[in-house]
Design a protein around this ligand. Structure first.
Ligand SMILES: *Cc1c(COP(=O)(O)O)cnc(C)c1O
Length: 301
């Protein structure tokens, strides 16, 4: 239904940072995937919808959940708009002001119905909305929050093959672990020795690792899971002046977008791993940019 071949994302070398940091640094621009303002939620949701539509009816209603400024909610809303689906977003958190918040501006503009609820009401609300649509005889796809599903993991596993050669390291922002599990599985499938390092944007190490492990086959070697929680800056959506000035220096050097919720923390973590020598000089590193620029617009800087 949606061509998956159109979204192989650009890969190129970050010349100045390579020189400055003493590594061979490349960037994989999933923020530039040309659908629904890009990011890792596009790969995941395309895969989920493809699987849900296989052999069945065209989806008429999409239901999902997420945070009030969720990239996932924006992608589902724009995808639904393009495909002519009715979209219901069950969101936790306060209803954001329309004028200033990037993701919510897009999902509301796209005509998605929004349901702001407390976290314990998320499940019951989804069930109620699904039931109502089914009673109307319509085909419904309930998409897990964050696109956290096996299809999303598969999408990232396949994405690794877009890299022309095996780098020494892949570093990226890691949240629920779906992207990281996919990248790990993809590297394994290709037989590469690439080390995949997820920089946690929210979860503590133990919890984050457990979630990644759940998404991988039982036989997966656990010592290959590198989930680093030392660059969270106090937790999800938290940041510091040091992080702000760091991302400004990268923007100045390379002209690339980084946000303070996801990719800024991942790039900060990467620089620290290079500085400490954990990533040795001369290593080939791919920074996998997962999108999220609109998260910047929900920050008060
Ligand atoms: C959701 C998201 C992530 C985290 O992806 P997971 O698969 O949940 O780990 C990283 N970066 C951006 C920009 C995101 O929107």
């Amino acid at each position: 239904m949606i061509s998956t071949s159109i979204y192989a994302s650009p890969l190129y070398r970050l010349e100045k940072l390579s020189r400055r940091w003493g590594v061979d640094l490349w960037i994989k621009r999933d923020d530039l995937i040309p659908l629904w303002l890009g990011g890792n939620k596009v790969r995941k949701n395309v895969a989920i919808l493809d699987a849900a539509s296989k052999g069945g009816r065209k989806p008429e209603v999409l239901i999902t959940n997420g945070g009030a400024e969720s990239n996932h909610a924006r992608v589902v809303a724009l995808m639904g708009a393009q495909l002519g689906c009715e979209v219901h977003l069950v969101l936790h958190g306060d209803k954001p002001a329309l004028s200033t918040r990037g993701n919510s501006f897009f999902y509301r503009s796209a005509g998605a119905a929004t349901h702001y609820v407390d976290s314990e009401q998320i499940g019951p609300t989804i069930v109620r909305l699904e039931r109502a649509s089914l009673q109307d005889g319509r085909s419904v796809v309930v998409i897990p929050g964050g696109g956290h599903a096996v299809e999303g993991v598969e999408a990232y596993s396949n994405a690794v093959a877009e890299l022309p050669t095996a780098p020494d390291y892949i570093v990226h922002a890691s949240g629920t672990g779906g992207t990281q599990a996919g990248l790990l599985a993809g590297v394994e499938k290709l037989g590469w020795s690439t080390s995949v390092t997820g920089i946690s944007v929210a979860r503590a190490g133990q919890r984050g690792r457990e979630e990644i492990i759940k998404l991988l086959p039982c036989s997966f070697p656990l010592d290959k899971i590198h989930f680093r929680d030392g660059y969270r800056f106090g937790g999800y959506e938290r940041h510091s002046p040091e992080l702000v000035s760091f991302i400004q220096s990268v923007i100045r050097d390379e002209g690339i977008p980084l946000d303070l919720t996801y990719t800024g923390k991942a790039m900060f973590g990467l620089r620290d791993l290079v500085r400490s020598g954990e990533i040795p000089p001369g290593s080939m590193v791919v920074f996998w940019h997962t999108g999220g620029l609109l998260n910047l617009t929900s920050m008060n800087l």
